[in-house]
Design a protein around this ligand. Structure first.
Ligand code: TYD
Length: 139
């Protein structure tokens, strides 16, 4: 599976630490950001997610801690470790994802291409597989 991993720009200072930044609108991200959310205070070992989106594209990054992202496009599976604040993972639509918390205090940040819309979610794995098959048949 082709993984879209980006390196987030980082300004490092030996005394004062690091400042990381990404810009939207075709600069660092292939989409305009309409929504940002973050997931925190998650007990270690918890697996969240378990859904795909019909249209949404997202950038995931972990500013603190370690989180495993499990991806499944309906035919292939992949795992990405987010444990570096300058590493970003772009997750396109039609991608089943789960996120496993590996370290206490880990924070998962998400920048999304669309406003929240529950009707964009596919929360049932069999429905996701059917959706991917149906999309593959479209011209
Ligand atoms: P969900 O996307 O299912 O989280 P996760 O994949 O991490 O388990 O969202 C959890 C709950 O939060 C669900 O009830 C929907 C709600 N929610 C919003 O109201 N707005 C949002 O922007 C998001 C992402 C979730």
């Amino acid at each position: 599976m082709y993984l879209k991993i980006i390196s987030i720009k980082n300004v490092h200072d030996e005394q004062e630490g690091d400042l990381s930044i990404f810009e939207g609108s075709g600069r660092d991200l292939p989409f305009d950001i309409k929504r940002i959310y973050y997931i925190h205070h998650v007990p270690v070992g918890t697996v969240r997610g378990g859904h795909a989106h019909k249209h949404l594209t997202q950038l995931l990054w972990c500013p603190y801690g370690s989180i495993t992202i499990l991806l499944d496009d309906g035919s292939e599976k992949a795992e990405v470790q987010l444990n570096d604040p300058t590493k970003g993972l772009i997750v396109e639509h039609a991608m089943w994802r789960e996120m496993r918390w590996e370290q206490e205090g880990s924070v998962l940040c998400v920048a999304a291409s669309e406003f929240y819309d529950e009707s964009d979610y596919i929360r049932d794995y069999a429905a996701f597989q059917a959706y991917v098959k149906q999309q593959a048949k479209l011209p």
